[in-house]
Design a protein around this ligand. Structure first.
Ligand code: HAM
Length: 419
């Protein structure tokens, strides 16, 4: 820009509020998270699927699918150029229910599916809660059994174990929508009051004990029904199956009801036991009627969602985050620009052997090229200069400890492949 040019207002480099940019190290963590989730889900026979981020807005408004707060206050909804109301998906469950319904006759049951979608919710950004997150979804369709409920929870448990967690690091809290419905019937609650009861239970841990008890009294629901001492039969059956599967940190908690209207049976949330991470890592449960939105005979379902941000904090506070390692194995630096064609030829040989190589274009001094390699956390450096080309011997420098060893051009690939 010339000195006389008027200075224009520049755009901000900040990302949109509540969403993230993933620089290579951040993306590497996400990739690690996804890879771990994929490994465990596949180990249990789950198969990956995907769908578009865009859905018709009506999918989230339909009665039975809704979560009032989510639909009314948290969706990103807009009208497209054709006048259709479109929503950036805030969760995956309605989408997978739609997909299963669309091919209900072709699919085999029990059907085990998983996906790792990017989701959007207009939430107030805070620790662990953003306007965009990645969420592992694991769902099982076509089985009414307690074994199916338990399997879904076992997958959640095994994922945390695969990240290096121990049982003391988290607790799996189970509740029962069926139990709440039965209780509502016993207390002759109207539909409206039942919804209030669910809302009150959902907020139990965020409000004062006295407020919770006053709310129950107002609805005419006896406190002893909700103190956790009487474990509902459906929850007990799942707890027994989990115990048989070696899960020792699952408990009944009557305040676990889940905010979504579609849950019908056992519901659960997984909590971090660290005091700084007081939000749920996972949430899910049985939803037997959701596909009734699309077809008269519903296909029963059970599943969970697990968000990336909470897992990050879970691993961070325990020192379980993996160290970053660059995907590039070697950096080829050149003494002068004249050696670039030689460096390219060597890089070609290494790449053909399966080594990841980046070549410097020689615009900077050698010392600065080395600095670039270090900045990119590339572990090895090879200098390509006139002497190396003439002798056919190249030093492979370990940038982490500064050691260097000579290798012939033919030996270079073998060095990296033996690492
Ligand atoms: P959910 O409880 O809304 O359930 O979300 C599941 C998990 O996603 C939460 O426990 C949390 O880890 C993460 N999560 C949710 N919202 C955010 C946010 N704004 N920022 C970061 N992480 C977040 C569902 O979405 C259900 N559809 C899950 C399900 C699948 N039920 C059956 N199948």
């Amino acid at each position: 820009m010339s000195k006389n040019e008027p200075s224009k207002e520049k755009l901000s480099t900040e990302s949109y509020k509540g969403v993230r940019d993933f620089y290579p190290e951040d993306q590497a963590f996400l990739n690690y998270l996804f890879a771990t989730c994929r490994t465990v889900a596949k180990r249990f026979g789950y198969v990956e699927y995907g769908a578009s981020i865009l859905e018709p807005a009506e999918l989230y408004k339909a009665k039975g699918a809704d979560n009032e707060e989510l639909v009314n206050e948290q969706t990103y909804t807009f009208t497209d150029r054709g006048g259709r109301e479109v929503t950036l998906r805030p969760e995956m469950t309605p989408t997978v229910a739609r997909m299963v319904s669309a091919k209900r006759r072709e699919l085999g049951y029990p059907l085990r599916l998983f996906s790792i979608p990017n989701l959007f919710r207009y939430e107030r950004p805070q620790r662990g809660r953003l306007r965009e997150h990645w969420q592992l979804n694991v769902d099982l369709f076509g089985s009414q059994t307690r074994a199916a409920d338990a399997e879904i929870i076992q997958v959640a448990y095994e994922i945390l174990k695969a990240f290096g967690a121990e049982e003391k690091d988290f607790v799996i809290k189970l509740g029962s929508r069926a139990y709440i419905e039965a209780l509502a019937a016993e207390c002759a609650l109207t539909e409206e009051d039942t919804r209030k009861l669910v809302g009150l239970l959902d907020r139990k841990n965020k409000i004062e004990k006295s407020e919770f008890e006053a709310g129950l009294a107002e609805l005419g629901v006896p406190l002893e029904k909700l103190n956790g001492e009487q474990v509902p039969a459906d929850v007990q059956a799942v707890l027994d199956t989990l115990a048989a599967g070696g899960v020792g940190n699952a408990v009944f908690d009557p305040s676990i009801v889940r905010g979504f209207a579609y849950y019908t049976g056992v519901v659960f949330e997984v909590y971090d036991t660290h005091k700084d991470n007081n939000r749920a890592l996972f949430g899910g449960g049985r939803y037997d009627n959701l596909t009734a939105l699309f077809d008269d005979t519903p296909i029963v379902g059970v599943g969970f969602g697990m968000g990336d941000t909470m897992v990050y904090h879970f691993l961070e506070v325990r020192g379980l985050l993996p160290a970053y390692s660059a995907p590039t194995h070697a950096y080829l630096a050149v003494a002068t620009e004249a050696e670039v064609p030689h460096a390219l030829a060597i890089a070609g040989e290494l790449r053909a052997a399966g080594v990841n190589v980046a070549v410097d274009f020689g615009e900077k001094k050698l010392a600065d090229q080395i600095k670039t390699a270090v900045k990119h956390s590339i572990p090895y450096l090879i200098v390509v200069g006139a002497n190396e080309i003439a002798s056919g011997t190249f030093g492979i420098r370990n940038l982490l400890n500064g050691t260097e060893a000579p290798h012939t051009r033919e030996e270079l690939a073998a060095f990296f492949l033996s690492l």
